[in-house]
Write a protein that binds this ligand. Structure first.
Ligand SMILES: N[C@@H](CCC(=O)N[C@@H](CS)C(=O)NCC(=O)O)C(=O)O
Length: 210
């Protein structure tokens, strides 16, 4: 059985979402980042950055949320979370995954770091306004790419939608407006999926465990 190491309301939620959509059983190990569990030597063996998520599948140990979601899609092809390797669809899938990580997510991460994640002496309030503007620019590109499609690749849900929707939820949590109505509707539609609700239930249940 696959094991995912994660912490509620972090990028590991993306991995749980992919697993839920794939309909496979998995073990969830809660890593209490706030209590420093990411820096325990036994966890650093799995994830030298001390971060979540980490996925363990037999001998295979993976870090990086997008790579893990793609792995899950390929490992469970019936889920159709990833298009076939080598197809034009796969190239577009990769394109949007990389866009999320390098363009859409980065300004949000900058906001998070300089609002609360970094030690206070490392925070630079002057970057906040630029980060908000950069997010708006990236969201505009995404909205144009989405157009009137139901999902980012067309009429079929993939793990790229998971990465995008999770990142847009993050933005909404920061009270950043999604200025394009169809982008907002897309985010709301994806975040209403039963698999996403199950992720939150599972995270809550597991983080309450002793
Ligand atoms: N690029 C990585 C980022 C992972 C990451 O930064 N995870 C955060 C939680 S969202 C974390 O574990 N932070 C703990 C720390 O930085 O000490 C991914 O997408 O998996």
């Amino acid at each position: 059985m696959l094991t995912v190491y994660g912490c509620a309301n972090t990028r590991s939620s993306r991995v749980l979402w992919a697993l839920e959509e794939a309909g496979t059983e998995y073990q969830y190990v809660a890593v209490d980042l706030r209590a420093g569990a990411g820096w325990k030597p036994e966890y650093l063996v799995l994830n030298p950055g001390g971060k979540v998520p980490t996925l363990v599948d037999g001998e295979t140990v993976l870090t990086e949320s997008a790579a893990i979601c793609t792995y899950i899609g390929d490992r469970f092809p019936a889920s159709r979370l990833t298009p076939p390797v080598g197809s034009p669809e796969r190239a577009r899938y990769d394109q949007w995954c990389y866009f999320v990580l390098s363009e859409l997510e980065q300004p949000l991460w900058t906001l998070a770091k300089h609002l609360f994640a970094l030690p206070e002496r490392r925070r630079v309030p002057a970057v906040l306004d630029t980060a908000r503007w950069e997010f708006a620019v990236a969201a505009k590109v995404l909205a144009a790419g989405l157009g009137r499609r139901e999902f980012i690749l067309g009429d079929h849900f993939t793990a790229a939608d998971i990465l995008i929707a999770h990142t847009l939820a993050w933005a909404l949590g920061f009270e950043l407006p999604l200025e394009q109505d169809h982008l907002k509707t897309y985010a709301e539609r994806l975040l209403a999926r039963p698999a996403w609700a199950r992720v939150q239930e599972r995270e809550q249940a597991e983080s309450g465990k002793p």
